[in-house]
Structures are given as C-alpha cells and as structure tokens.
Write a protein that binds this ligand. Sequence first.
Ligand code: PMP
Length: 346
Amino acid sequence: MNINKLIRPSVLNLKKYSSARDEFSDKKDDFQFMDANENPFDTEYNRYPDPYQKSLKKKLADLKMISHENIVLGNGSDEILDMIIRVFCEPQKDEILSLSPSYGMYEVLAQINNVTYKTCRLNSKFQLDVKALLNEVSKNTKMIILCSPNNPSGALLQVASIKKVLDDFKGIVVIDEAYIDFSANSSFINELAHYENLIITQTFSKAAGLAGIRLGVCYASQAICKAINKIKLPYNVNTLTQQKAIQFLKNIDKMKSQIEIIKSERSVLFKVLESLNYVEKVYPSDANFILVKVDDANKRYQELLNFGIVVRNRTNVEMCENCLRISVGNPQENQKLIYVLKEIDR
Ligand code: PMP
C-alpha cells in the first residue's frame, strides 16, 4: 500500500519546520546552544523541550517492543487524533467514518477540520456490523475510526471484526485504544507489521493515571509517523510532561496493581448497579467506567449530584437514552457511590 497516496498533497509537499537543534536536543550537555533565543540562565526549564522526545520514545519503544520511528507523541490523544485528520483528510472533500455511539471528539475534530463525519450504528450489544460499516464507505472515505474498548459503552469490539475492516478498507484505519489497559484483549500494536494503514492511539490519561500531564501516543507505520511529524508543532510535548512520563515508565508495576484494583472495583460496582430497582440494564465493560441504563437519567443524575457525585449523563447520545456513564473510582469513592446509589433506591 502506498501511504503517500492517502496523504493530503499539501502535507506531502510540505517542507517541515526544523530547528537547528533537532538532531542533538537530547544531548544537552555536549553543546553550547546559542540557536533558539532562550534565556541562557538555568531555571531547569529555560531550554525548549526535545521536539522529537527521543529519550521518552526510546523508553516507550522498549516497553512496546517496536521502533521509536513507529511512535508520535502529542498533547493528549485528542491532539494526536487532530493531527491524523489534518494529515489525511482534505477539507470539504474527504470523509471520516466511525461508529455510533462513540467518543464525541471524533465528530468535533472532523467539524473543526471541515471534514464530513459519518457514522454506522452499533448493534444492541454495542458491536460492530462490519458489512454495514463497509457499506457506508464512499469514494471519499479516507479514514475509519474505531474505538475499542468503546466509549461510552465500555465494550470491546471483536478482534475478527476489526481485522476484517483492516483487510477490506483501503484507507486509514484508526483504532483508539484509550482504555485498552483495562480490557481482556491485547493491543493491536502487534498488528502494525501487517497493516501499513493502521494507526493506534493510546493515552497516558487513563490507566497510567497522568491525565494532567497531557500525553497521547500514536503507533503507526514509519510512513505515517513521518507524515504526522511534518505537521506536528515543534514543541507540542513540554519538558515537564516528558520528564514525568519517563519517570512513570521506570515503574509501571504501580499502574499494573492499580489496574487490578480498578477491575475488581468495576465488578463490585457492576453487581451493585444490577441490584438496584431503578436500573434497567448494566452494560458489561472492558474499560474503567460502566454504562448503566436507568428509569430516568436526568432524575438520577440530579440525585447523585445532590450528594456531591458527578457522573456523565449520556441520555442524549444515540442508543444511550436514559444512560449514565460512571467512572470507577478508588475504593473509598466507590463506597460512597454505592451508599448513595442505594440511598436513592429507597
Ligand atoms: N479517546 C477516548 C475514547 C477517550 O475517551 C478520550 C478521553 N475521554 C480520549 C481519546 C482523549 O484522551 P486524552 O486527550 O486525554 O489522551
């Protein structure tokens, strides 16, 4: 597959911005930098960050057992998704196809970029009907975005269905794996060698517990990473974020044990939710949240709020009428949630 044919001509022909320091920004101690008009007095942060985050990428590449050339980092995965759209989708011409319901930012990002956004409805188990999806593909469909585990349902998409999309669709396939660490499945990163048009997005905002540092990750073929690097703003991931992420990657066991706690708390919450009279359905989740259908979402949302608990009211989202999406908290928070859920059941 020739990825270059999928890239917008303006991006393909773009001469990217380069700084004098691109090659040696991770070798700070070896040179005297007088190229970027920084304040020369050391504040720890007086220097621009490494634009290609070499040290951080190396750590991540080792962990995921891929090359650093298959990684692009961004200011959250929202920025990664925005960059992907800008690399491939020609405004007022190309289309993005995704699922409904799914993560709301896909549509917003498509609209910001003046790109048509189409969706294919998931079935009642929030599963993908591959035939129906591929039927929606038109000559202008540049990209399909799949989210697995999906937000807001929490359901994993079946591996075989995703593979079928990858096999049959000749454009870019993005798999948003923001919640993959909470799931029973492994990442599609292992499939990168087989599909040059595959892009996987992940984030440090969920399982890694670092939503505040804003770090998103794109794993893709070198051709795709090269194209994204062309349009990436030079210093999109700041020094503090890079340092914090490197520190985090030195001890991921802590995250692993937190994930185990979150998963067992998820099971506890699931059972409690199922036992409540005003709950009509609790959807199985492979993420760190649970979608629950209640008798009256607006009423139950307000009742929880009166007790100081904020959940996400998804009642206006397609297929989610009267649904609340509740994030799994820490054990103490879940105790309070359970108390309140039972209290409003009386
Ligand atoms: N993808 C999905 C499915 C999400 O739910 C979210 C955040 N809610 C994101 C991407 C964006 O995450 P971030 O920008 O924090 O990396």
